[in-house]
Design a protein around this ligand. Structure first.
Ligand SMILES: [Zn+2]
Length: 317
């Protein structure tokens, strides 16, 4: 008999629900805009509706349970989302219980970046290693740490908030209100901010010819076409990322960094400066102990990881 997990991802501008097989295959997927501004009740109803749509694609007795990838911070033991900065108006929301009551199924919940790490480790670019660190770079910077094939969750399930690693005293302002965090130096919004600053300084770049402020996507596109200022902006962001990696190398001795999220679409234009900086800043003995590769699952990492959480939790019961 085929077993499936229903996986729900509340991670970004869209909410997604998917039917996922135990080998990580996404059998069926549906999505809708998050519309976070409508508040928790509306978003939770939307999530339940999408999960029901996915559930209707399978025989109910073949479904092991439901996994939820939710923006952090979360309390995975209680299945509660805790004041997520990316979902304005949300306090403590017992998302796992709300979904379990509505769907009549067991529900497991985790931090979306942590679960994307689990997905990449079990079924993506980290399949063949035991120690891996996943970093996602998009609107924010998040991550997940796999130690000896297990997801490191920390005492309260809040481990691996990599984006808020302080790197530069009095550096640029982070979304969290502090200064000089990795997220303020190597995220989509930080690339856009640096591009605007470069234009204001009169640096010669095709980004100045846009009829709107440049976005991170614009910077990546300009760099691909050989724009030297855009290449420099990605190289600087990559160097910050590499310094953060050096710190993580010394702490966790990973074999691999897997880098995902929208900004990672720049590929080696950001990953190569990151590799160089990481190797430059580690002790010599570590220099050739890790590699840095792009993520393998794209937008599916969250749902695939949420499904892995379900299969592994159900097996442990
Ligand atoms: Zn921060």
């Amino acid at each position: 008999m085929d077993a499936y997990a229903i996986a729900v991802d509340l991670g970004g501008t869209h909410v997604r629900a998917a039917v996922v097989a135990p080998d990580g295959r996404v059998v069926h997927a549906v999505r809708d805009r998050t519309r976070a501004e409508e508040g928790p009740d509306a978003v939770v109803s939307r999530l339940i509706r999408l999960a029901r749509t996915a559930l209707a694609e399978c025989e109910r007795e073949n479904v092991v349970g439901v996994g939820v990838a939710a923006p952090g911070p979360v309390d995975p033991d209680r299945g509660v989302v805790m004041y997520p900065p990316n979902l304005p108006g949300w306090g403590e929301v017992p998302l796992a219980r709300l979904l379990a009551d509505a769907l009549g199924m067991p529900v497991w919940l985790g931090n979306d970046a942590n679960l994307a790490a689990l997905g990449e480790h079990r079924f993506g670019a980290g399949r063949d290693v035991h120690h891996m660190i996943y970093i996602t770079i998009s609107t924010g910077v998040g991550g997940g740490i796999i130690v000896n094939r297990r997801l490191l969750t920390g005492a309260l399930g809040m481990a691996a908030e990599i984006g808020h690693m302080p790197l530069i005293p009095e550096g640029p302002l982070c979304s969290c209100g502090h200064r000089g965090h990795l997220e303020a130096l190597a995220s989509g919004p930080s690339l856009a901010r640096e591009a605007r600053a470069a234009i204001e300084r009169g640096w010669p770049t095709c980004l100045a010819e846009l009829d709107r402020p440049p976005s991170a996507e614009d910077v990546v596109a300009a760099a691909r076409s050989g724009d030297r200022v855009a290449l420099e902006l990605l190289a600087r962001a990559g160097a910050h990322l590499g310094r953060a990696m050096a710190l993580l190398v010394h702490l966790f001795n990973p074999e691999r960094f897997v880098v995902g999220g929208g900004v990672s679409n720049a590929g080696d234009l950001i990953l190569e400066p990151a590799r160089r900086a990481a190797r430059r800043h580690v002790l010599p003995a570590y220099r050739h102990t890790f590699d840095v590769v792009p993520a393998g699952l794209g937008d599916n990492a969250g749902v695939v990881g949420a499904a892995a959480l379900v299969f592994e939790a159900a097996e442990a019961l």
